[in-house]
Design a protein around this ligand. Sequence first.
Ligand SMILES: C[S@@+](CC[C@H](N)C(=O)[O-])C[C@H]1O[C@@H](n2cnc3c(N)ncnc32)[C@H](O)[C@@H]1O
Length: 192
Amino acid sequence: MLNKIKANALARNIPIMSDDTLAYLIDSIDRHYVKDVLEIGTAIGYSSLSIAYHCPEIHIDTLEKDETRYQEALKNKALLDLKQVHMICADARTWLVDKFYDVIIIDGAKGQNQLFFDRYFPFLKQDGIMFVDNMYFHGFVKAMPQGKTKRNLRQMVNKIAKFEAYVHALNHIQVELVDVGDGLLKITRKKE
Ligand SMILES: C[S@@+](CC[C@H](N)C(=O)[O-])C[C@H]1O[C@@H](n2cnc3c(N)ncnc32)[C@H](O)[C@@H]1O
């Protein structure tokens, strides 16, 4: 069923996490005795359902602002009968958090990483881990094509690079760019 959801998403150009990134996240979750996960960006549920399927002990809240995708994600969840995934139709820019999480995964609009970081990092538990996907933005952050490049693409790449510089400059956190999938940023609090 997960393979069907993945094939369906890929066929319709709905962006989903790479298998390598998912495997890395699942392994991190397993090794850190994680209970509560928050994901920004459900799309049609592929990543949250995959994580829940492999880590049955955890609870995941996942946010999607697009009503159509949210409805489709709910249907996929019902097909897999994974009750520990709580799908929420809401805009992560304004959604009110009311608990602390062991793991927070940012996989929403890539130009808004900094906003999501500022808003949700305070809700990461002391030993929690925040992950931000697509830091390479399909390779464009590492190597921008020469010559005419679409303005939107250039702006997006600049925003991702600026976000990376922003978090690196904060001295209360530890930042590591993990070379997996499309580039995964791993952020933790520095130990006192
Ligand atoms: C890369 S896709 C998520 C893929 C999903 N995590 C997966 O791997 O299956 C990003 C999703 O984030 C949603 N999104 C973008 N900005 C958002 C926001 N401010 N609040 C909630 N969802 C948002 C988009 O509608 C899109 O469906």
